[in-house]
Design a protein around this ligand. Structure first.
Ligand code: ADP
Ligand code: ASP
Ligand code: MG
Length: 450
């Protein structure tokens, strides 16, 4: 069995869905379970629509629903067998309109927002299942929500692995054994009482990995719009090269520090069983892609000690200067308690003699955090920063890289530099507007092109 996940651009229109069908057909001998994302840009559109609710303009969300239904209907019409999908989508759109009308005059709750966002995957999976049947494949549309049971943290729900493992095996394995292709949704789940949740942006990769682990799949295929994991985001570095292999750790570090190609949690469920992730280009299925597994052979990329460079914008740096406290018993605990209390995740940490710097992405509670940290020392904040990360197993064996990094990025100023405990990443902070240039200069330094 394999799990094959198709991202937004791989289901964006009728041509993309036709290519998807060709790919699935070529994998019938390995019993594919198909996970799909929403059509390209649809999740953004749905979240925009949810945001418009209660803002005073009642017509806007209505018009958005109409536009989305039109887009899906047009694609369905262009696909043989697509009309059954239209029935489901039109009926569900009527339900969506009722939900929006019921919330008239107020903002949607986070639970209601998740219910809106989930429509992207619910509708795209209807299109794909109908098109497969129309193309003569034996496909079954499966609602993932009763399988993907999660906690109730809407917008970033955590799945309960044991429950989902059992339910996935009970419901999906018999279908696969009967040579039926399950077509199901990435990104969404539901609480134990059946309230729809979502797993966080880009979460379809995570869904595919969770199902891959549950079903003990041979591999998890991530079908996307580039040839694989590359030495940098090709949108920033046009000459970036595709890696043939990477380790789970490297992929996780790159994803954590901004490589959108994979959701940061994707490798996690697969590590124990050593199930590989293969990233592939749905427009060029014959290309080898990148295999991510337990340990990547040390593929040499010229003489480069690193495998890839990523960056993430929208970062805030919080600095605390506490000369008497740093190094004393209980200080770090008190510090982290502040972030915990305000449910804010910390990314990078660097400490000096008398001060400590912490980066955060989510800064909606910044004021409260700064207020509470004020009890511990002098606090100052720098907004509009980016984290740049260089990642690769080779970092472990190559001392003195910091100097090379400083030279390469000059004249940009590197503000904090830190190395992960696994010693396969080095991260530093630059001003947001300098991020893309810094990535290009590092690519030039380590891979000889930009
Ligand atoms: P999907 O919709 O298939 O999930 P995403 O847009 O989420 O696709 O991810 C694919 C995109 O990730 C690529 O188009 C590319 O611009 C971006 N990307 C960022 N970093 C990398 C990288 N290191 N290697 C490849 N792609 C990357
Ligand atoms: N459709 C969701 C998003 O845009 C999930 C995904 O594509 O992985 O975030
Ligand atoms: Mg994605």
């Amino acid at each position: 069995m394999i799990v094959a996940k198709f991202g937004g651009t791989s289901v964006a229109d009728a041509d993309a869905i036709a290519r998807l069908i060709g790919i699935v057909r070529s994998r019938m001998h390995v019993q594919p379970v198909v996970v799909v994302s929403a059509l390209a840009r649809v999740t953004d559109h749905l979240l925009g629509l949810a945001h418009q609710c209660g803002s005073g303009d009642d017509a806007a969300p209505e018009a958005s629903v109409t536009a989305l239904v039109e887009r899906h209907t047009e694609i369905a019409r262009a696909l043989p067998g697509g009309s059954t999908a239209i029935e489901h989508i039109v009926a569900d759109a009527a339900e969506l309109r009722r939900e929006i009308a019921a919330a008239r005059g107020r903002r949607l709750s986070s639970a209601e927002t998740d219910a809106v966002a989930a429509r992207g995957e619910l509708w795209s999976s209807r299109l794909v299942a109908a098109a497969m049947i129309g193309a003569g494949l034996d496909a079954a549309w499966v609602d993932i929500r009763p399988i993907m049971v999660t906690d109730g943290r809407f917008g970033r729900a955590t799945p309960y692995t044991q429950v989902l493992n059992k339910r996935a095996r009970d419901q999906l394995t018999p279908l696969a054994k009967a040579a039926k292709i399950s077509v199901t949704q990435g990104f969404i789940g539901a609480t134990a009482t059946g309230v729809t949740t979502t797993l966080g942006r880009g979460g379809s990769d995570f869904t595919a990995a969770l199902l891959g682990a549950a079903l003990e799949a041979e591999r998890v295929e991530i079908w996307t719009d580039v040839d694989g994991l590359m030495t940098a985001d090709p949108r920033i570095v046009p000459s970036a090269r595709t890696l043939r292999a990477a380790s789970y750790d490297e992929a996780a570090e790159l994803a954590t520090f901004g490589a959108r190609i994979l959701h940061p949690a994707t490798a996690l469920p697969l590590v124990r069983a050593g199930i590989p992730i293969v990233i592939l280009n749905s427009k060029h299925p014959e290309r080898p892609g990148t295999t991510i597994g337990p340990q990547a052979e040390l593929e040499r990329l010229g003489d480069s000690p690193i495998r890839s460079i990523s960056w993430k914008q929208g970062i805030t740096v919080v600095n605390i200067r506490a000369p008497r406290m740093l190094g004393t018993y209980g200080f770090l605990r008190a510090l982290f308690e502040v972030f915990e209390r305000h449910e804010t995740a910390v990314d990078v940490l660097a400490s000096g003699e008398v001060s400590i710097s912490i980066t955060i992405e989510e800064n909606s509670r910044l004021e409260l955090i700064v207020r509470d940290l004020g009890q511990l020392g002098d606090v100052w904040v720098e907004e509009g920063r980016a984290i740049v990360a260089i990642v690769g197993i080779g970092l472990r064996y190559t001392p003195g890289l910091a100097g090379r990094v400083f030279n390469a990025v000059w004249p940009a100023n590197v503000e904090i530099i830190s190395q992960g405990a696994s010693a396969i990443n080095m991260t530093f902070i630059v001003r947001e507007e300098e991020g893309p240039d810094v990535v290009r200069r590092l690519h030039q330094e380590f891979f000889g092109s930009c």
